[in-house]
Write a protein that binds this ligand. Sequence first.
Ligand SMILES: [Zn+2]
Ligand SMILES: [Zn+2]
Length: 125
Amino acid sequence: MLIVGKQILITFIIFFLISSFGIGQVVWIYLDSKKREDKWGILWAILAMTPIFLPMLLPLPLIVYLLVTRAFSIKCPNCKMKISSEFSSCPNCGWKLKEKCKSCGSPLKNEWKYCPYCNNKIEVE
Ligand SMILES: [Zn+2]
Ligand SMILES: [Zn+2]
């Protein structure tokens, strides 16, 4: 009788931990995407709710979310705001992150000497 009671308690604790992690994950992802002004915030929150139906996928939405939002973001060297690595200038302070090709307007990397899009020679000012 005592052993059965213990098992129920452990099951309950595990269930409690999983569900609180699941809820915390949904709330955190939603708030974080709001903060980043991500227009997909609601979709991320819905994605984070999928472990309700598939509990074995519990940490997956968080991992996917962090990979997608963090791997493709960089910090502005001027104001330290987190921004997309796709941007060519900071939306917060206007800091120029990437030079643009004078010939075709493509964003360039600092180390490039020629534009790979139009073969224009890049002149450093
Ligand atoms: Zn900035
Ligand atoms: Zn070019």
